[in-house]
Ligand binder design. Structure first.
Ligand code: ADP
Length: 179
């Protein structure tokens, strides 16, 4: 027997989310203003060497959205449009930070449309203050001892410090304790 799907519109927000940043959360919030549910779908890509395992990334997102049933988290491999139609989503959300994102995103959206014209890609722009934030930069800055607390949810800052073995301290400089 087919499993009954929960009611309401569902949008899939795919990405690596290694780890999530406030930029991703901003896009999820915007998605929730338009769709009933947003499902963050972590692409399992054997070619990438992530900092956080897929399981860790799922756990981080679960913790960040604990108590909010409208945000779901899942993993997928293979074609995104196949995944979206399998879970009953007719919309893919992508975030657009800057013109530099545009070319790649545009190509991918058109390819996905060709693969499955029933699924629409919707682009959302984050608040200006997050337009320069990326998972890669957050990891680099943290590793070098910079403060990322305004750029990521608390669970990510904690997980980063566990991963890199550097305690979170006010005034920390390059991973050392400030006096
Ligand atoms: P991917 O490897 O698919 O680009 P990311 O986790 O880097 O995975 O990004 C997932 C989605 O989130 C992409 O659509 C990306 O453009 C968007 N995104 C990432 N960072 C931000 C941000 N700071 N503001 C808005 N959108 C963002």
């Amino acid at each position: 027997m087919k499993k009954k799907r929960p009611e309401g519109s569902l949008a899939v927000f795919p990405g690596s989310f290694d780890p999530i940043t406030n930029g991703h959360l901003d896009i999820v919030d915007r998605g929730l203003a338009v769709f009933d549910r947003v499902r963050m779908a972590i692409l399992m890509n054997p070619e990438k060497q992530p900092l956080f395992s897929v399981e860790e990334r799922v756990a981080i997102i679960r913790e960040a959205y604990r108590g909010n049933p409208r945000v779901e988290v899942d993993t997928f491999s293979g074609l995104l449009v196949d995944y979206a139609s399998r879970v009953g989503a007719s919309v893919i959300i992508r975030g657009l930070r800057a013109i530099s994102d545009f070319e790649y995103e545009f190509q991918m959206a058109l390819m996905n449309r060709r693969l499955n014209p029933q699924i629409e890609t919707v682009f959302m722009m984050p608040a200006e203050s997050y337009s320069y934030v990326s998972s890669r930069l957050v990891k680099e800055v943290f590793q070098l001892g910079g403060r990322v607390s305004d750029l990521v949810p608390p669970v990510v800052e904690r997980r980063l410090s566990e991963k890199y073995g550097t305690p979170i301290r006010a005034g920390r400089v390059r991973g050392k304790r400030a006096r």
